[in-house]
Design a protein around this ligand. Structure first.
Ligand code: ALG
Ligand code: ZN
Ligand code: ZN
Length: 334
């Protein structure tokens, strides 16, 4: 059937939900055009159906499509950031990467190659997981594109800096130890946010501190509040290239039950969204939202939360792309 899309700012936007009901047709993120329907994307949303790195409940391989389905109600204007991301920049859905579920090393290589391919023409990526293993090859690609180690904000109940599981180095509990070992991160500017829950031992925290991570626990968010925390994070990040990884289990299981390793005592979706919005003006180069496992979701609660988190991250990426365009165009205008 014919698609009527909103066109604003010279960019092809979402299907117009006042003409085609928002529940009709196949899902793309926010009903945006597919990448093959536009000549160039400033920001691409891409899925990674991969969960071969999980230590507990499987199912995050279905996460990206669940988030797309749960994103049909997103609208083009983001009042919380006073910004229209799909008018400011061309945003498109690049579909899913094709990755080997039976060979983790091969999958990691494919993810890195795909991320490098998609970002070749200056496109920035918002990735929908998949389990947290996928963040490692995404960081490898983002570091290569940035040409320097990255500032890193990691929203998660878990540290994900453990060493190995059953002898395996590449799992969803280990990506950020590997990232530090590989020199992908600027260890003066890396923080976990929302950390909580039982650990294997005190050494987990000692190792994590040695790698350079700062920790804002879920309780810190409660006691200090969003404003104070955002100020501290911004101070640490400065103007470095920043990568943001959001494990949806950073939210309390009451806000996001659909995930593989839930921990009680998490932050709310309002707190998470507000912290992300506080990153406006940073040099955000890429982001992911991972660990959505729809089999444990109810009424799309987790999917809706993840889609809104992705929307605010896309807003930040679109704003940065639009500022870059303005800077590039500035000499001609003079
Ligand atoms: N990255 C996520 N979601 N979870 C890691 C949990 C690792 C563990 O089973 O101890
Ligand atoms: Zn986690
Ligand atoms: Zn994680």
């Amino acid at each position: 059937m014919k698609e009527v899309r909103i066109e604003e700012g010279g960019h092809l936007g979402p299907i117009d939900s006042s003409l085609t009901p928002r529940y009709a047709g196949p899902a793309t993120f926010a009903r945006l055009p597919r990448l093959d329907q536009v000549s160039h994307a400033d920001v691409a949303v891409v899925g990674i159906p991969f969960d071969s790195g999980v230590s507990y409940r499987p199912g995050a391989r279905f996460g990206a499509n669940h988030v797309r389905e749960s994103s049909r109600l997103l609208r083009p204007y983001n009042p919380a950031q006073d910004y229209s991301p799909f008018a400011a920049a061309q945003v498109a859905d690049a579909g899913d990467m094709s990755v080997n579920p039976f060979n983790i090393n091969e999958a990691l290589e494919a993810i890195e190659d795909n991320a490098l391919g998609l970002t070749e023409g200056g496109t920035s990526l918002l990735t929908l997981g998949g389990d947290h293993t996928v963040a490692l090859p995404l960081l490898r690609a983002a570091k290569q594109r940035a040409g320097e180690p990255l500032a890193f904000l990691h929203f998660d109940a878990h540290l994900d800096t453990w060493d190995t599981y059953f002898g395996a180095e590449y799992t969803h509990g280990t990506p950020f130890r590997r990232a530090v070992e590989e020199g992908l991160l600027d260890t003066d500017a890396i923080s976990h946010v929302g950390t909580r829950g039982p650990l294997y031992g005190k050494k987990d925290l000692e190792d994590d501190r040695r790698f350079g991570f700062g920790i804002v626990t879920s309780s810190d968010v409660y006691y200090q509040g969003v404003k104070e925390i955002v100020a501290k994070l911004l101070d640490r990040i400065g103007d470095r290239p920043l990568y943001v990884s959001v494990d949806i289990d950073v939210l309390d299981p009451a806000h996001a039950p659909g995930t593989g390793t839930p921990e009680a005592g998490g932050i709310t979706s309002r707190e998470l969204l507000e912290i992300i919005r506080g990153l406006r003006g940073t040099n955000l180069v890429g982001a992911d939202v991972v660990e959505v496992a729809p089999a444990y979701d109810h009424a799309e609660m987790t999917g809706v939360a993840a889609s809104h988190v992705a929307y605010d991250l896309v807003t930040l990426l679109a704003e940065r792309a639009s500022n870059d365009d303005d800077a590039a165009a500035a000499p001609e205008r003079r």
